[in-house]
Design a protein around this ligand. Structure first.
Ligand code: SAH
Ligand code: ZN
Ligand code: ZN
Ligand code: ZN
Ligand code: ZN
Length: 496
């Protein structure tokens, strides 16, 4: 049976996390699969099945297995073969020795194959002679995130790289707070910046370890700088060896404070991500002296603001900062010439918000009451006693609802709440909202995220509501128009 059959207009899908790590979930090329459960509108439990943790599009990974399904030997073998065939060409050790050789080549022999996305050693030029290739300068070799073509796989693995503004902000902030080791989870550009800064020798050196599913990066880093990792199932593709690298990195025996910075794909499921980050934190905890055994590992999780309720539900010790993270190659989130577009991407962190100084010249100020930096338009509301804005615009207080709401909302007498002027009116209290994203603004059919799959946010829903979260979709309903513009439009619709 196909995943498509497990998907119906009226169903949502929930992830069931394993009680213990290592319970026998079958593996796809992306490591152990996740267990999903169909949930019907009434909340009854449906049939459970395993599907890929990392890919939201069946085209990228079509693994499917019912929980109780018996799989034949032949199919298991075929599966194993398929998984093997998707392994990287080189081991991390081979990559390291290749890199050393490459770095010592004369400039005119340093070539990068753009079609295969690999550094070529002299003996390999011939085989790639019909491919497009470029020369690689020493400076370019230090900037793999510029050399490598960003993956633009629409669903599973689009890579959005930080602007200089954002990456410098993150790094300056962490350095300022005294962190000397940065665990970069899905943040290759941050890792790169750390290494570049060390070369300048103007700052105290920092260490970094990149955990990423994109093994093209393995070509540029040593074994203790890169691990091939899946952050949706906390899977290290190189097993024990990588586990040991992570442990060594997380131990602070040298007195160097560790922090984690993660920037997962935005369509990713919050629950499994939070679970992986918690497992990393637990590993860190075990390595600490008993004195601080009940603090969590400091972390920053970069994600859009409308996931706030969902993230805080999973990681209650985090708060959302007002700082807007932006990207070089994202159609929606990069700043144009006429000033920065509002980015919906924020930092969720368990580092005390008052310690994270947001730049005044970019329009942030300190709120004495809230004890945190906020964007200037985020005015403190005396009635709510918070700076209420999530999206960077000035929100206004509705005395009937007794809370602050988006500026575009009006109080609707009929619904008894604030909503967009053109909301589906008359559904009143107790309405369930969109079945896909739980928003009260629209129904499933009109959901802007309808076919972005596996959406687990709950934009305007009351948090903790029974139907408020865990909703995902595995298959798009209609043919996709494809392209970043469509996704951008959908995300934009969310912030109205
Ligand atoms: N802003 C970051 C890049 C974020 S894009 C920067 O500039 O450094 C998301 C990153 O997560 C990419 O590097 C991508 O390869 C990685 N990624 C995507 N899916 C992943 C997964 N399942 N496990 C680990 N890393 C993943
Ligand atoms: Zn897979
Ligand atoms: Zn090639
Ligand atoms: Zn208010
Ligand atoms: Zn109102």
């Amino acid at each position: 049976m196909e995943v498509s059959e497990a998907n119906d207009e009226s169903f949502g899908i929930e992830v069931i996390l394993p009680e213990k790590v290592g319970t026998a979930a079958p593996c796809c090329p992306h490591g152990p699969t996740l267990l999903f459960e169909k949930v019907s509108k009434g909340g009854e439990k449906g049939r459970r099945f395993y599907a890929c943790s990392a890919c939201r599009d069946r085209k990228d990974c079509n693994f499917f297995q019912w929980e109780e399904e018996k799989v034949s030997e032949a199919r298991l073998l075929a599966r194993e073969e398929e998984n093997q065939s998707k392994r990287p060409l080189f081991t991390q050790q081979e990559n390291c020795s290749r890199f050393r050789k490459f770095a010592s080549l004369p400039l005119d022999e340093k070539k990068f194959c753009q079609d295969c996305q690999i550094l070529l050693l002299p003996g390999e030029h011939e085989a790639h002679s019909s491919h497009r290739s470029t020369a690689v300068s020493a400076a370019q070799l230090r900037r793999p995130s510029v050399l490598l073509r960003p993956l633009d796989n629409k669903k599973s693995n689009a890579q959005y790289l930080f602007t200089d503004r954002s990456s410098h902000f993150l790094l300056d902030t962490l350095a300022g707070l005294g962190y000397r080791k940065v665990l970069c989870v899905g943040t290759p550009r941050l890792q790169e910046l750390i290494k570049l800064r060390n070369l300048e020798q103007k700052h105290e050196p920092m260490k970094s370890l990149l955990l990423d599913i994109d093994f093209r990066y393995a070509q540029f880093y040593s074994q203790d700088e890169f691990c091939h990792y899946n952050m949706f199932n906390h899977h290290f593709f190189d097993g024990e060896a990588s586990g040991a690298v992570l442990q060594a990195f997380l131990s602070e025996c040298d007195g160097q404070k560790v922090v984690m910075v993660a920037d997962p794909p935005f369509g990713g499921l919050v629950k499994p991500l939070a679970n992986s980050f918690s497992l990393i934190s637990q590993t860190w905890k075990k390595l600490q002296s008993s004195a601080c055994s009940n603090t969590d590992m400091p972390m920053m999780w970069i994600f859009p603001y409308f996931f706030e309720p969902r993230i805080l539900e999973c990681l209650p010790s985090c708060t959302m900062l007002d700082y807007q993270v932006d990207y070089d190659n994202h159609p929606l989130y990069k700043h144009g010439k006429t000033g920065r577009k509002q980015s919906p991407v924020r930092v969720f962190t368990n580092i005390p918000a008052r310690d994270i100084v947001l730049p005044k010249d970019e329009g942030y100020r300190f709120c004495l009451v809230c004890q945190r930096f906020v964007v200037s338009l985020n005015k403190h509301c005396a009635k709510c006693n918070v700076c209420p804005s999530k999206d960077g615009r000035e929100w206004k207080h509705c005395s009937t609802c007794d809370k602050c709401v988006k500026p575009s909302w009006r109080h609707c007498q009929r619904c008894g709440r604030c909503a967009l002027p053109d909301h589906p009116c008359g559904h009143g209290e107790g309405q369930e909202g969109c079945f896909n994203c739980s928003s009260l603004e629209h129904k499933r059919k009109a959901c802007p995220l309808k076919d972005t799959h596996r959406i687990s946010h709950q934009s305007n829903a009351k948090s903790g509501g029974k139907h408020a979260s865990h909703r995902i979709q595995l298959k798009p309903k209609a043919k996709r128009k494809s392209g970043a513009a469509r996704r951008a439009k959908k995300l934009a619709a969310l912030s109205k």
